[in-house]
Ligand binder design. Sequence first.
Ligand code: FAD
Length: 289
Amino acid sequence: MLISQMFKRKPCVFSIECFPPKQSVNFANMQNTLRTMKDLHPDYISVTYGAGGSAGGVSTVEVTKFLKNDLGIEPLAHILCMGSDRQKAAALLNELDEAGVRNVLTLRGDRTPTRPESPDFRHASDLAAFVWQTKPEFDIHAACYPEGHPEAATLAQDVENLRYKQQAGASHLLTQLFFDNGKFYRFLNLARRAGITLPVSAGVMPIVRRTQIERTVALSSASLPSAFTRMISRWQDDPESLRKAGIEYAVNQLRDLIEGGADGVHLYAMNDAGVAAAVYDGIRDLLGD
Ligand code: FAD
């Protein structure tokens, strides 16, 4: 099913993000994780970009195929401008099409030393326009940033730039993770005033391990409300309590977002089925499951 249809049928669409394993020997483990996540009734599962192949990892296409054909869960495949061009993108879209995967999240991609810039797609909106042109039957999705993309001069400018994604055929926007719901509501208000009419899913990541604080939180450039920093300082040396508190924080954030009328909520579950299940337990009554 096209994900855009889900927003017409449900008050709040629930989705989960996973990433392909870096080594193919770990694919069996991941398949078990995804089987467990099926019990959480996600409307779709998004799969971050991974090329697989010579790097030894599992590709996004392989994971989306497994979700679609073995588990019957609708996948959303992340596809990137970086490292791609028209020819490569067309080949990837054909591969997804053959697997029955028609939902794609068009992204520029993170800049890394090993990823060349694309000669054909400067921004996600260029890739979105290409998908729209070559595969009009596909459903196109794109990213947005409640606190502004780090490269944008201002939040207002970044919101204005979302118009390019909307004009290029995107049907839905998915946010970067954030810890302060106030930032999300403010962003949504700005986006609606700027003429962005697409449904927006709010992305939340439960912080359950100290390593996540050092890596993910620092890299995301999300602002940290005092309730969050208090939780971290209190429990960072007590792994079990941190896990419990991190799940509780995410559940409170998600409950507020669902009750606040978010079109969708997206769980950055970091391939941890246990954490995803605990969070789902805390919100399932609001999802109508
Ligand atoms: P763009 O839309 O190109 O935006 C980048 C900057 O350009 C912004 O400042 C924007 O305001 C501006 N801009 C946008 N369009 C235009 C335009 N047409 N003209 C002028 N300026 C413009 N990275 C990965 O490598 N792999 C993944 O799987 C992945 N998944 C992600 C999933 C989500 C939900 C999110 C939020 C991010 C993800 N990322 C992923 C990270 C993402 O690729 C980076 O944040 C990247 O820096 C920007 O991607 P974008 O698609 O928003 O880029």
